[in-house]
Design a protein around this ligand. Sequence first.
Ligand code: ZN
Length: 283
Amino acid sequence: MNYDRIKDTVNVNLMQQSHVTIVGGAFQLACDLARCGMGSITLVDFDTVDKTNPARQDFDNQDINRLKIQATADTIRRINPQTEVTCLARDFCSITPSEFDELFGHTDLFIMATDFFPAQARGNTEAIRLNKPALYIGMYAGARAGEIIYHVPDSSTAACYRCICSSRYKAFQNGIAATPSSGGTIFDLHLIDAIAGQIALGILTRGSENRMGRLIEQLGDRNLIQVKIDPEYRMGQKDIFAKYLGDSSANFSFTSIALQGGYEKDCPDCQGKFADKVNNNHA
Ligand SMILES: [Zn+2]
């Protein structure tokens, strides 16, 4: 793989020494990280490609009935034979904590890209327990907007996924299921994944003297990114994008806002411990 055209932007050396674990979708994102020199990738998903998938996911007709992770692994190997790929056809929620340490103890970043809330929630508890960065990709109902949430333990991001999504946790506990993202096209998914990919590169090469290496420090404590896809998207009655970006007709769509996710002192997952760290660092 020749990295001449990206080496000024991405610390390819660091990428080659790094390992990412991707749970659920984000198949194109996995391939694109390999293009950026990703050293090793573990793909976790037990789904097979069905006949509705090629219309909105990165699979083709010949992949139908194959494990999604196997199809993705083949593509990654074609793109970059130097990227080591491990496939784990498992239900992420069924993996025991001791298996976790063995399977993921060496990972540098978890990318949680499932539309199954308990898996996203499990990602948060385990990432915190292992003291690893994690990135969560989510689409809103009908893929009219999406979000990227991330947490890096030793940076200025005080809020974990559970802090930021506490109302989602409560809704789930009350039996309210998340709204499905079906209706989204491949372009919607790629739009969100492309931004998630930038954040992933930022986390994996944080501190490098180039554009990607500076990204996480530039974001500071803003670890909730929301992306507008449908120009008419509203959260409830609120136009959250107009609130920050104004009501000019130039604020149309395909835009993002980067917000500070508020931490919760009594969050059952992080107990506000990252906020203490951030405050101490500032003192
Ligand atoms: Zn928390």
